[in-house]
Design a binder for this molecule. Structure first.
Ligand SMILES: Cc1cc2nc3c(=O)[nH]c(=O)nc-3n(C[C@H](O)[C@H](O)[C@H](O)COP(=O)(O)OP(=O)(O)OC[C@H]3O[C@@H](n4cnc5c(N)ncnc54)[C@H](O)[C@@H]3O)c2cc1C
Length: 545
């Protein structure tokens, strides 16, 4: 029997009996086959002692039931861990923070409370998925769309609470920044509403963020201060025309002016999301050209940058490619924006080329939707990312991965430097580098880049996982030395990541832990989440190595 940390079998059994009395037997999952579903399918410590396997899962249907759970958890000091739809793959998925914790699965709290397409917001419970919200919008013919992450099976609430990102206009891509108003069950069982919601009968819960006094919403994301039971979000009105263009440039250094121009165009709302790539990477499922592959290690195990550039020019393969979305009220408006992009790029980059990939009046027909390249850029949820990458049909079957997600400046020079730093570290650690001199930036953050990397892991090779975790930790440290900090991480690495935010002797973490001790004195809520440990478990910091 798996038990929560420092909880006796007798106390655990008494707590289970009270949970069953509160929720009914059918909302308390204690059988092994049910609990297996709450293991992290992408765990970097599969089958090791430190793997975050739960002891129990509970599926409440109301805020009152969540309050009841929190009270019982306090009585028996059983740690609990909330998830919304639990699809946080690569960052912990539906597993708890630590082995033996009780998962509070909020999937049954799935009411779409309101979608308003005149004032452009929605209010949702945590169990509402992006697919459900989309279906509701389409069925009711509403003139709004929701920005979403690549796989649409997660939830606006869960995704925003882990600072997730999407694919439309800059500000909408930042899902936590787009939230407005929360309802939260605190660790003592009280219900708090933030912003305007703190006023009974507030009429602008999901429209005006600040209300009066300090804004406390940020405390409930990537943390362990409360269980969010309702959240408002700003939504984007549907555009009337959509275009997707592709831009290519021949040289590695072209990235520098390209990024500067795209920054200007994005920040002035001329373009939507720019998707950077390099055509030097082989298409999914195809092997890299042998000659090119050779140049990745031909200078004493490191890349020969000149030879790679020469190879690209000789073979007429552009070094960089960017797909750029353009929204507008008409075809003419989009055409004017496209011309602006082309004029600026042509003036700065020799040999850049353009293609129009899509150019449609909206709404799209069902056929057009199916054929669309980047469905999420029009708020259409899908799971295509899975056949393009992890566990896809086209690549080696992998078990899973954990994302390493450092934020770097939105600057071409810095990206090129970042490639070199990462390549050096992999070399130093004796591990083949997954980073190449044509690895591209991720551009969801609208004022910064993420230079992300998926560390593959195994279900059969414990030693390989240990080595992977060692390299990951070295990367966190190296990134911090260069001023780059991860924005999100799986539980195995959250102590390391929070540890890197160390200004003034880790005052940020100390401040959070002072708050934790005062509002959750029994330390029952997600201990260690975000690197924040309650006093009674603080000695566990960094126990997962
Ligand atoms: C191939 C692939 C592509 C991906 N692409 C993207 C992407 O484009 N953008 C992106 O952001 N992510 C992406 N992800 C990561 C992930 O799949 C999504 O972010 C997903 O939406 C998160 O799952 P969820 O919405 O079910 O959140 P959950 O798993 O429910 O929640 C995430 C975390 O937030 C906290 N939390 C959740 N609900 C509550 C609550 N009610 N109260 C308090 N705390 C809570 C918990 O700590 C939980 O672990 C990708 C993953 C993969 C594997």
């Amino acid at each position: 029997m798996i038990l929560p940390h420092n909880v006796s079998e007798a106390d655990f059994k008494a707590a289970v009996a009270e949970f069953k009395a509160l929720l009914g037997e059918d909302k308390v999952y204690d059988k092994e086959e049910d609990l297996n579903l709450y293991r992290d399918a992408y765990s970097p410590s599969w089958d090791e002692e430190i793997e975050c396997v739960p002891s129990l899962a509970l599926a409440p249907t109301s805020t009152e039931e969540v309050q009841g759970i929190v009270k019982i958890a306090n009585k028996y000091k059983t740690p609990i861990f909330p998830i919304s739809t639990g699809k946080n793959l690569g960052y912990g998925s539906c597993a708890p923070q630590n082995r033996g914790e009780i998962v509070i699965d909020l999937k049954n709290m799935n009411k779409i409370i309101e979608v308003n397409d005149k004032r452009n917001y929605c209010i949702l419970e945590p169990g509402v998925s992006y697919f459900e919200l989309y279906e509701y919008i389409e069925k009711n013919n509403l003139n709004v769309m929701m920005d979403m992450p690549d796989p649409g099976w997660g939830s606006p609430v869960g995704n925003a609470l882990d600072h997730g990102w999407g694919y439309t206009y800059g500000m909408y891509r930042d899902h936590f920044a787009c939230h407005c108003g929360m309802e939260v069950v605190l660790a003592n069982g009280e219900v708090l509403r933030t912003g305007m919601g703190a006023m009974p009968n507030a009429k602008t819960f999901a429209e005006n963020k600040w209300g009066y006094g300090p804004s406390v919403d940020g405390l409930f994301a990537q943390s362990n201060f409360g269980i969010v039971t309702k959240m408002g979000f700003w939504m984007q009105p549907k555009p009337k025309h959509y275009a997707l263009i592709n831009l290519t440039a021949p040289r590695r250094d072209d990235l520098i002016p390209m990024v500067d121009i795209l920054n200007y165009l994005e920040d002035s709302f001329t373009i939507g999301w720019p998707l950077y790539r390099s055509p030097l990477n082989p298409p999914h499922g195809k092997a890299m050209n042998e000659e090119l592959k050779g140049y990745l290690t031909s200078k004493g195990g490191k890349p020969d940058y000149e030879a790679i550039q020469d190879y690209a020019l000789r073979n007429k393969i552009p070094y960089w490619s960017v797909d750029i979305t353009i929204y507008g009220s008409s075809k003419e408006e989009c055409a004017a924006k496209i011309k602006d992009v082309q004029d600026r790029m042509n003036a700065a980059i020799n040999g850049c080329e353009f293609k129009t990939l899509e150019d449609h009046d909206l709404p799209l027909t069902e056929e057009q939707k199916k054929a669309m390249k980047h469905k999420v850029t029009l708020g259409i949820p899908n799971l295509e990312i899975f056949w393009l990458s992890t566990r896809g049909e086209t690549i080696e079957p992998e078990f899973g991965h954990v994302w390493f997600s450092p934020i770097i400046p939105r600057d071409g020079r810095e990206l090129l430097k970042c490639q070199e730093v990462y390549i050096d570290i992999f070399h130093e650690m004796g591990v083949p580098s997954p980073i190449t001199p044509f690895a591209h930036p991720r551009s969801w953050m609208y004022r910064a880049f993420c230079f992300m990397l998926g560390f593959g892991n195994s279900r059969v090779d414990v030693e390989a996982n240990k080595k992977m975790r060692e390299v990951y930790r070295r990367m966190v440290q190296a990134a911090a030395e260069n001023g780059w900090g991860d924005y999100r991480a799986a539980p195995d690495f959250q102590d390391d990541v929070m540890g890197a935010y160390s200004f003034n002797n880790n005052i940020l973490r100390t401040f959070c832990e002072q708050l934790k001790d005062s509002i959750d004195p029994n330390g029952i809520l997600a201990p260690g989440r975000g690197g924040i440990w309650p006093a009674n478990q603080r000695d566990r910091r960094g126990y997962r190595k």
